[in-house]
Design a protein around this ligand. Sequence first.
Ligand code: PLP
Length: 444
Amino acid sequence: MTTSSIAHDPALEALWMPFTANKAFKARPRLLVGAKDMHYRSDDGRQILDGTAGLWCVNAGHCREPITSAIAKAASTLDFAPGFQMGHPGSFQLATKLKGILPTGIDHVFFSNSGSEAVDSALKIALAYHIARGQPQRTRFVGRLRGYHGVGFGGISVGGIEPNKKPFAAQLLPQVDHLPHTHDLSKNAFAKGQPAWGAHLADALEQIVAERGADTIAAVIVEPMAGSTGVLIPPVGYLERLRALCDAHGILLIFDEVITGFGRLGTPFAAQFFNVTPDMITIAKGVTNAAVPMGATCVKGSIYDTVINATEQGIEFFHGYTYSGHPLAAAAGLATLDLYAAEGIFARAAAMAPVWEAAMHSLRDAPHVIDVRNLGLVAGIELEPRAGKPAARAYDAFVDCFFNQDVLVRTTGDIIALSPPLIISAAQVEELVARVRRALEAIK
Ligand SMILES: Cc1ncc(COP(=O)(O)O)c(C=O)c1O
């Protein structure tokens, strides 16, 4: 008998859960068995208000009929089509539809199945691009501390989260540097929207360039707004500076928009919100409203053309996934983009953002709160950590929210991150805040 099988239901034993405290979960499971619009249903029949859009992904709300019926139809019409040397209409249609909402100039789409794969594809495309344009020595990547780019070896290497890297440190990508993160509560606590302080932190790229040589660097990758490490909002002018420095040194700029894509900030992508256009955008999650796994790496036409035209005959880029552009994902993506447009979901998020901001900042005087920050329909509520027990207080808040307040929140470290479906109403925003406050009052 393993120690982990002592206390729990044996039916839960076989599954090794991802990014989960397995023992704690199995001792007191949190099971979801249904979902509709703004709510999950728990296995004990409670309606749980979804404060996180699942995992930042169910932007149009749960089990939306146009999406579920498109998936069902695809499943019984064309269950699978090979994507290597073959194609099917849906993936071409979805790429074209995505081009219609991507920033101008980002007009080619390489499909994968997750954010992690989209990131690894972007890193490979960056290397392939520089080889194709005659600069094969550009092999280095620059990420940012507290960045999250999924869990592939590429993603954890450019990412900046220590626990995600430490056990694998012996085999990370060898040529990676990191910019500092932009989070500093001594300067920016309780900022509403983009904080004023910190644009200069982008200049750290100059130091890396000076040390490594500009012509060794292939790409810089950042989340325009970092979500997974606790909602780190870019200071005013920061992304603009990063763009200018990349341009000055011939370095590609990749925005990882796996969570900011599809309306989270009230525009299709964060690139449009900040008015900064990168060279590549990685997406996943909201592209299908999370109903079928899908990721994609979206690139400027000049990148596609350079790579494709460098090879006279045969396969131009030796990379792809069995399920790239899977028919069910493509059908879900097409129906999702139609639904976003039909219901004006991105504009709706933009209109709700001021209501959201006011509601979130009302938590300023709730117990344990040392910061509230927000942008679009995202908020980070940072708690004072318990002495010697980092993350314990926020975890307790999460558990209390689920079991006692009927609301799903997400925590990372001692930060509660909120990112509801973009269909949330003003009344539900108030309800969400009231429930989080009750949880903060309940915990020690
Ligand atoms: C910015 C960012 N990049 C990449 C990923 C990884 O996506 P996935 O879990 O689909 O591999 C995530 C997931 O949350 C993310 O937030």
